[in-house]
Design a binder for this molecule. Structure first.
Ligand SMILES: Cc1ncc(COP(=O)(O)O)c(C=O)c1O
Length: 396
């Protein structure tokens, strides 16, 4: 490697290390689930987005194995050339049915859905209005556009309306309001009903990222649009399979014209190999399973309610959480890091979230519930959280 480059990279890494900003991911030695092996020890996992435990479902695994036997291990091409199998089409039809839209387009990930669809939809002279706490993949998608960007204060509908009014005076061709459905750091829900009303009032379009609402909100986990009964009124209903649905891949559900447009215009769809059959088949099985039964979604919410209640009774501050994403606020950055370290020693895997992922002084341990957690798992986690919370004087 070029010496100068090597030295520059080392210097930057050391600077990040000094600020405690380096990632050092732990390695799972088994499947993602409520419990897994890390460093040879069994841990209760509180930091996975596997909300329904579907990533290790017998039904999904069988669908993946059957697809490998029939279609092979890879897809062989990008989607527009020879990488579209009947399985990919079936998945898109299944997504549309599950989300209550005319059609859907499947991307390789939620990240590439946002970073490909947003620049395809927003042209020079258009305006984007985005919540300040939107996910990084939306921010990157917005950065790739030639449109004008404005940000409104988190969930502040007064400010959103002011931005919509301002946009109107500029006479743009298109205005796009973009929001996360569930915000990933705090677990609070966007007021999508109000956002859609305002957008309709000012002739703007709406784009919601339902990554953390998929499998969580609405009937049978159909997501935020179903939760607010807004079917047919959200223009771009985007989501991911990598969390509640247990597999991998992103999608945008909407009209068939939208699909046709995006598959001709999004570079992250056109220029990358398509998902292997196993993932696609498991994704279909995941939606079909949820369509048949809401058992897992109900279990997820029972776990969420009881865990949050117990944390609150112990005196912990769970911030703005309204979903299975439950922060334990420490505010202090060092306390968050210490709490995560101590929890790990005691057999609980939960990560600290600190600046720059959240604002300075808003540090927390972010816990996430799963339908896979048993009563014993959560009793164990609560016992350890209480013990360490007392050690760190977070509770009495
Ligand atoms: C709100 C949000 N949008 C998009 C993504 C990206 O999804 P994927 O994991 O499918 O790339 C994530 C994942 O971290 C997310 O939290």
């Amino acid at each position: 490697m070029n010496n100068q480059l090597q030295n520059d990279l080392k210097a930057e890494l050391e600077e990040m290390q000094g600020k405690n900003l380096l990632w050092n991911p732990r390695t799972l030695e088994g499947p993602s689930g409520a419990r897994t092996m890390i460093e040879g020890r069994e841990m209760v996992v509180l930091c996975s987005n596997n909300y329904l435990g579907l990533s290790n479902s017998r039904i999904l695994k069988k669908a993946a194995i059957d697809a490998i036997k029939k279609y092979g291990a890879g897809s062989g091409s990008v989607r527009p050339i020879a990488g579209t199998m009947d399985l990919h089409i079936k998945l898109e039809e299944t997504i549309a049915k599950f989300k209550g839209t005319e059609d859907a387009i499947y991307y390789n990930s939620g990240f590439t859905a946002n970073s490909g669809a947003i620049p395809a939809l927003v042209r020079e002279g258009d305006i984007i209005i985005s919540d300040e706490l939107n996910h990084g993949s939306i921010i990157d998608g917005v950065r790739l556009t030639k449109g004008e960007r404005t940000i409104y204060k988190h969930k502040d509908m007064g400010e959103l309306e002011a931005r919509l009014k301002e946009a109107k005076t500029k006479n743009p061709k298109r205005v796009l309001v973009i929001t996360d459905g569930v915000f990933s750091m705090d677990g609070d829900i966007a007021p999508l009903d109000r956002i859609v009303e305002l957008a309709e009032q000012y002739g703007a379009c709406t784009y919601v990222d339902d990554a953390h609402g998929d499998g969580v909100l609405g009937e049978n986990g159909r997501g935020i649009t179903n939760h607010f009964k807004l079917e047919g009124r959200v223009d771009m209903d985007m989501g991911t399979f990598s969390k509640g649905f247990g597999t991998m891949g992103g999608y945008i559900a909407g009209t068939s014209t939208l699909k046709k447009y995006l598959l001709n215009k999004s570079r992250t769809w056109l220029l990358t190999g398509s998902h292997p059959p196993a993932t696609v088949a498991a994704s279909i099985a995941s939606l079909e399973l949820l369509d048949r039964s809401d058992k897992l979604v109900k279990k997820l919410w029972r776990n969420t309610k009881s865990f949050k209640k117990r944390l609150k009774e112990l005196g912990f501050d769970t911030g703005a959480s309204e979903t299975p994403i439950i922060p334990i606020m420490t505010y202090d950055e060092e306390k968050a890091a210490q709490m995560s370290r101590r929890l790990f020693e005691e057999g609980v895997y939960a990560l600290p979230i600190v600046f720059p992922m959240v604002a300075k002084g808003k540090a927390r341990i972010r816990t996430m519930m799963s339908a896979d957690h048993s009563r014993e798992d959560l009793d164990f986690a609560i016992e350890k959280i209480e013990k360490i919370g007392k050690e760190l004087s977070l509770v009495k």
